[in-house]
Design a protein around this ligand. Structure first.
Ligand SMILES: C[S@@+](CC[C@H](N)C(=O)[O-])C[C@H]1O[C@@H](n2cnc3c(N)ncnc32)[C@H](O)[C@@H]1O
Length: 312
């Protein structure tokens, strides 16, 4: 295909394969690229319990830059992790596989749209604690279906982080994006490779991607809760966004049809000490300055915080 041809979404993996050997060099010219990936990985890891082994998935892992960010974020939290990278482009995966990785990192080729069908082939039978999808969703037409599959893949309380450019609905963001694309990114791509197709597609696909609110609505529609969105500082402010969302922890008893634990919760709360009895226990144990407060909302008078000090 000539460089002047327009790239369609179905050709994207092949175009990444064509550009794969130059990809790391190209992103290294973007000074914020690795920092932004790291902050997305931190946003994922900070929601997970680092004291038990974690199962992570890097969907659209490319040449492994986002996988590396996940490992660095996990190392900082002191978490032991297994990471599975999935990408549709054999060339990008070849770049990733050529790098040195610790035990517990593996890569598989395939479309995000085929996640549900390939879970066992990709070693993802067990639920994942966290999924990172950095710069993937723009390239996926079936976004709702993929979000539903990621929701299925996650364990209860698991987290999805999506890093993506979105400018629709913001004339300022759209104008800055077009200016930087045509004045910097596309010319740089021509200078370094005499190819501009992928970066013209990048420009176009970002303009066509969901407005932030639409993608947030998709996350809710797929069953995610606690959806948060933040943007970065610098020229990409309002252009590059990190979406974080969780699979509700309480789904377990609906999906498992198990109510034993929650019937016990109900019974044990009813049977627990009255507030005064627990205060008396604290005094009897030698504590002083005992204080109790309750929360606002429907749990007022139900949920209490007891604070007590050992005498100095
Ligand atoms: C911009 S790169 C990002 C790679 C990596 N996440 C990073 O942050 O450096 C996007 C990657 O998504 C992959 N990709 C595009 N469409 C895909 C799809 N439908 N399923 C899986 N991977 C896809 C491409 O092959 C490419 O490697």
């Amino acid at each position: 295909m000539t460089d002047f041809a327009r790239l369609d979404v179905d050709d994207v993996p092949a175009a990444f394969t064509e550009a794969a050997s130059r990809y790391d060099r190209m992103v290294s010219l973007n000074p914020g690229y690795h920092r932004h990936l790291r902050s997305a990985a931190d946003a994922l890891l900070e929601t997970l319990d680092p004291h038990r082994p974690l199962r992570l998935v890097d969907l659209g892992c490319g040449s492994g830059a986002s996988t590396r960010a996940l490992l660095a974020a996990a190392a900082e939290e002191g978490a032991e992790v297994r990471v599975t990278g999935v990408d549709a482009s054999p060339g990008m995966l070849e770049q990733a596989e050529a790098k040195t990785w610790p035990a517990g990192v593996d890569f598989h080729q395939g479309l995000a749209q085929d996640l549900a069908a390939h879970r066992s082939d990709w070693g993802l039978e067990a639920p994942a604690d966290g999924v990172l999808a950095a710069y993937l969703f723009r390239n996926v037409a079936e976004r709702d279906a993929v979000l539903a599959d990621v929701h299925d893949l996650l364990s209860d309380g698991g987290t999805l982080v999506v890093q993506e450019y979105s400018v629709a609905g913001s004339p300022r963001a759209g104008a800055v994006w077009s200016l930087v694309s045509w004045a910097v990114v596309i010319p740089l791509s021509w200078i370094t490779s005499r190819q501009t197709r992928l970066y013209r597609y990048l420009w176009r696909s970002v303009r066509a991607f969901d407005p932030v609110q639409t993608f947030t609505d998709r996350l809710h529609a797929a069953g995610f809760v606690d959806v948060e969105v933040r943007t970065v500082s610098g020229w990409q402010h309002g252009i590059l966004h990190t979406f974080r969302a969780r699979k509700p922890a309480w789904l377990s008893w609906i999906t498992s049809r198990q109510t034993r634990l929650y019937r016990y919760l109900w019974r044990s709360v009813r049977a627990f000490d009255p507030v005064q009895t627990f205060i008396d226990r604290l005094h009897a144990a030698g504590f002083v300055d005992v204080e109790v407060r309750t929360v606002s909302g429907w749990q007022h008078g139900i949920l209490h915080t007891f604070r007590a000090r050992k005498p100095a």
